[in-house]
Design a protein around this ligand. Structure first.
Ligand code: ZN
Ligand code: ZN
Length: 341
């Protein structure tokens, strides 16, 4: 097998290894498609706690090649999408149903070898059968879709709400589609890049806003008799846009901070305004029990994720995929490890 190994931050080597044999409870997956995520870029730059040397890549789908002892629900030849997040099951958050907030959370592609390789060993319970022969790059999107579903659940959008999304990268464009499935009165998308605004319009945004030349506040006020948005979803991860999201919430508004801000970032909130206008601010972390819904949604054809995939690259181009993502020239980069480099 071949793997793209990060021996340390800022380095990537293609390494030949023996194909591993699955142990009890594991399956060996032939990786057909693995998405490049902002987290992979942060790991590569040394800005995310990961175990080095590491085969990164946590958004992947492929074919079961071999099953270990005591695996009964999967068989060689099955097509699967992987939920990378593994909880301990015994800590306090886990015992309270908050398995995604596990104190010793591990993740395939972060703390153990992941999908930037031709093959990957996976605990069988993390592999979800694909109900249809979905294209593998689409199935690889199950992980980000699952994370977005958790966010949408927390945003609790009601039919008729005016929803604003800040940022229309791959995540923003998935969230936009999930918002539209909730029946909002309007879904207004603020995004710097004209191409991404055009993508948001193709996917059904009520209107898009160019934040450098248009005023999101007055557009939201016009749509809400002066209130502000009923739901704001921030999917950029900058303190400026997080502040904007909090500031633009209407009475009873709900703010979902979905983008990953720098750990040291801070914004200001007025406790009085939170109290008086009943503003709810929530975060959303990973994909608790949403992976199978994500697979079902992708199989239903109700989400357009094909359109979001801007680049498909072979395994030796993992660093280029990360650079494309960082340069914002790519919407979604998919690595196809079986492709000759
Ligand atoms: Zn990811
Ligand atoms: Zn735990």
């Amino acid at each position: 097998m071949r793997a793209a190994v990060f021996p340390a931050p800022e380095a990537c080597e293609i390494v030949a290894r023996d194909v591993p044999t699955p142990a009890e409870g594991q399956v060996l997956v032939r990786v057909e498609a693995c998405g490049v995520c902002g987290t992979d870029a942060h790991i590569y730059r040394g800005a995310f706690p990961a175990r080095f040397p590491l085969v990164a890549g946590h958004e992947f789908a492929g074919v079961v090649e071999q099953t270990g002892p005591a695996v009964s629900h999967l068989h060689p030849g099955d097509h699967v999408a992987i939920d990378p997040n593994i909880c301990c099951g015994t800590c306090r958050p886990c015992r309270r149903g908050l398995t995604h907030l596990c104190r010793s959370l591990s993740a395939i592609g972060v703390t153990q070898d992941g999908g930037f390789a031709t093959h990957c060993l996976v605990p069988a319970q993390q592999a979800h059968n694909l109900p249809l022969p979905l294209p593998f790059p689409v199935a690889a999107m199950a992980e980000p879709v699952a994370c977005c579903l958790h966010g949408i659940d927390l945003a609790a959008i009601r039919a008729g709400d005016v929803v604003a999304l800040i940022g229309a990268g791959a995540i923003g464009l998935i969230l936009l589609q999930l918002v539209l499935l909730q029946g909002p009165a309007a879904a207004i998308v603020s995004e710097l890049t004209p191409e991404k605004r055009a993508a948001a319009e193709r996917l059904g945004a009520t209107r898009t806003v160019a934040p450098l030349t248009e005023d999101l506040r007055s557009i939201l006020e016009d749509a809400t008799e002066g209130s502000g948005a009923d739901v704001l979803i921030e999917c950029v991860g900058s303190p400026e846009t997080a502040q904007q999201a909090v500031d633009l919430a209407g009475e009873g508004g709900r703010v979902l901070l979905f983008g990953v801000a720098p750990q040291e970032a801070a914004i200001s909130v007025s406790p009085y305004q939170i109290y008086r206008r009943e503003i709810a601010i929530t975060g959303s972390f990973t994909n608790p029990f949403t992976h199978s819904r994500a697979v079902a949604l992708l199989a239903s054809g109700r989400l357009q994720v094909d359109d979001l995939i801007s680049h498909r690259l072979p395994l030796d181009e993992v660093p280029r995929g990360i650079e494309l993502l960082e340069s914002r020239r790519a919407t979604k980069v998919i690595i196809e490890p079986q492709r000759p480099g």
